[in-house]
Design a protein around this ligand. Structure first.
Ligand code: UD1
Ligand code: CA
Length: 464
């Protein structure tokens, strides 16, 4: 079995994006554009992968967290042929076939690439390219064929005659080529064309002149070869992608009350019979269990949510874990590092950060739980604040099981409350409290009868 190599072209700036961000870093379906084609190519188990970068090279490289890739810098964008040639060094001792893809063509399918490689090998071709029949071929390179229907060359839109521009069969910009042929042909490519560029498609006529076999494979669905040039095209593709992801989850047993406003990233998984309300965003590697209910206006990133969790209207949750039966919201905020055990209740206007909350514990109103570990069946009263920051360092609070924290309590960390502690309402607690104790602040309460009337009289008198 011959080896497969991959070259991904991603050096272009993408002028029409009108952006300081390189085109291939614009996000589609929650990840940079070029990672789509790269991910697909990697599923072919290539023995080496080269990515040609140029514009914003460092940022492009940094956005990639995957496996083994050779980064090739193309200093000046002199054309697609030049870009591939830049990767030659990475394939010096490589005799297999190389799949060439563009970073801005994200929907290309693994099966299409496999069909191409298979066709290429069956016909012992020097190069095989993907073509498509388009109703609107504008902008693409056109496929020229001889009288017997064999490919005779490719002419770019800008170099084409009026007659050639009528050709509806286009070059999809996806190639399989035998490595030795590819680099030999590329070194013969000239830039004597309207754009003054070294065109990769010129390897077709060079190959034919040498008597090599050049093959084409027609793409099944022209959608998959669509390239991205503008933000409008990203939005359109995003919508298509979103629709197909939503459809997949509905077919898998998830109810989406309003698919038009449901945004699910590719890396998300959702359990059966979960019901998702409008304006829900599930991002990153979020995992949602079975029979959960998300009322709506939810923004979840990298969350792990167990079965039968209820998220009431309007929650923002990031990098945290929520176990079975928990109830959260409305208007709650979970920040990274939080873990809510089974049946925890987090109510309105509660913010939790790096909070570990034990089974059955409730914090139902107006509370900040930052850097805290709380036991089980504890009740956190309204307006409780963990004072975790002194302006220099962060400190943890520890609260035991079955603790009653009265409303309007401030817990000044580092601090620890044992099991079964009672905190009287409106306490500021600065020292550790042993298990079973009551803690309260000594405060005198006074009542002055008739005070309001006196005050009003006095104020009226001073108004004159
Ligand atoms: C290219 C093909 C065209 C085909 C179309 C399909 C050429 C000359 N033309 O045209 O026949 O129909 O794709 O989408 O190849 N790139 C570099 N370095 C460069 C130039 C380009 O890395 O110097 C990268 C771009 O970032 C992009 C890809 O190569 O990812 C394609 O380049 P682009 O300029 O978009 O080619 P097209 O004009 O679309
Ligand atoms: Ca393009």
């Amino acid at each position: 079995m011959q080896e497969i190599g991959v070259i991904l072209l991603a050096a272009g700036q993408g002028t029409r994006m009108k952006s300081s961000l390189p085109k291939v870093l614009h996000s589609l379906g929650g990840k940079p554009l070029f990672l789509h084609a790269l991910g697909t190519a990697q599923r072919l188990n290539p023995s080496r992968v080269a990515v040609v970068i140029g514009h914003g090279a460092d940022r492009v490289r940094q956005s990639y967290l995957g496996g083994d890739v050779t980064w090739v810098i193309q200093e000046q964008q002199l054309g697609t042929g030049h870009a591939v040639l830049c990767a030659q060094k990475a394939f010096e001792d490589f005799a297999g076939d190389i799949v060439i893809l563009s970073g801005d063509v994200p929907l290309i399918r693994e099966s299409t690439l496999r069909t191409m490689v298979e066709h290429h090998r069956r016909h012992q071709a020097a190069a095989t390219l993907l073509t498509a029949l388009l109703d609107e071929p504008k902008g693409y390179g056109r496929i020229l064929r001889d009288s017997r229907g064999a490919i005779a060359g490719i002419v770019e839109e800008k170099d084409a005659s009026d007659e050639q521009r009528k050709i509806r069969e286009v070059n999809a910009g996806v190639y399989v080529a035998a490595s030795p042929f590819l680099f030999a042909a590329l070194s013969a490519v000239k830039n004597n064309n309207r754009q003054g560029e070294y065109y990769l498609p010129d390897i077709v006529t060079i190959g034919l002149d040498q008597g090599k076999i050049i093959e084409t494979v027609g793409v099944e669905n022209a959608r998959e070869m669509m390239g991205i040039n503008t933000r409008e095209e990203i939005a359109f593709m995003e919508k298509n992608l979103r629709e197909s992801i939503n459809k997949r989850w509905m077919l898998a047993g998830v109810t989406l009350k309003d698919p038009d406003t449901t945004y699910i990233d590719e890396g998300v998984t959702i359990g059966k019979d979960t019901v998702i309300g409008p304006n829900t965003h599930l991002k990153g590697k979020t995992v949602i269990g079975e029979r959960c209910q998300i009322d709506g206006s939810a923004f979840l990133t990298d969350m792990e949510i167990g079965d039968e969790v209820l998220l009431k209207f309007s929650v923002v949750m990031t990098g945290s874990r929520v176990d079975r039966g928990a109830i959260i919201g409305p208007f709650a905020h979970l920040r990274p590092g939080t873990h809510l055990a089974n049946n925890v209740h987090i109510g309105n206007f509660v913010e939790a950060k790096a909070a570990h909350v034990g089974e059955g514990t409730k914090a139902n109103h107006l509370t900040y739980l930052g850097d805290v570990t709380i036991g089980r069946d504890t009740n956190i009263g309204a307006g409780t604040i963990t004072c975790n920051y002194d302006g220099f360092n962060k400190y943890r609070t520890t609260i035991g099981d079955r603790v009653q924290v009265g409303s309007d309590t401030t817990l000044v960390a580092p601090i620890s409350l044992g099991d079964d502690v009672y905190v009287a309402t409106a306490s500021t607690v600065r020292h550790d409290v042993p298990a079973g104790a009551l803690v309260f602040n000594e405060r005198e309460e006074r009542v002055r009868e008739g005070w309001t009337e006196q005050k009003r009289k006095k104020m009226k008198g001073s108004k004159k």
